[in-house]
Design a protein around this ligand. Structure first.
Ligand code: HEC
Length: 125
């Protein structure tokens, strides 16, 4: 390939990559906003489980930055916990259900946001 064409191909590749990643970047903001609005009072603004409510809570909110724990939970577990509350996954009722407040797609985005907080995937830290 001519060097100039290589440069064009490279720039085109970058543009495609940028467009492929763009929707993710756009989706991340609302999940973060939802987290700050609905989750932070218990789970903390940083997601470390130390929100303003915790002093009087008999079961402490999960630390979402704990990669070791969070990688033991599947995306489906996190989705169900978020949508139907702690009870639905045999956890504390102090984790409220959000299915009336957040749509399924917002909850999917929330699960992806949780994965950015723990820097982990299911089965992989
Ligand atoms: C009123 C306090 C409170 C609020 C608000 C809250 N949580 Fe929780 N959450 C908890 C508690 C307490 C636990 C720990 C339950 C347990 O370990 O039995 C928990 C646990 C979790 C877990 C871990 C479930 C697991 O598999 O162990 C996830 C995920 C979670 N919360 C997500 C959220 C999200 C997302 C929001 C906001 C939409 C939210 N929480 C808002 C109290 C809260």
């Amino acid at each position: 390939m001519h060097p100039v064409h290589k440069t064009y191909a490279f720039i085109l590749g970058l543009a495609v990559l940028f467009l492929a990643l763009l929707p993710d970047a756009l989706l991340a903001a609302p999940a973060k906003d939802n987290y700050r609005t609905y989750c932070a009072q218990c789970h903390g603004l940083q997601g470390n489980g130390r929100g303003v409510n915790i002093r009087d809570m008999s079961v402490q909110p999960r630390n979402h930055t704990d990669g070791a724990y969070m990688s033991s939970r599947s995306d489906q577990d996190l989705f169900t916990a978020d949508k139907k509350g702690g009870l639905a996954i045999d956890k504390s009722v102090l984790m409220p259900p959000w299915g009336e407040t957040l749509s399924d797609s917002e909850i999917h985005n929330m699960v992806r946001y949780l994965r950015t907080l723990c820097h982990c995937q299911y089965g992989k830290q």
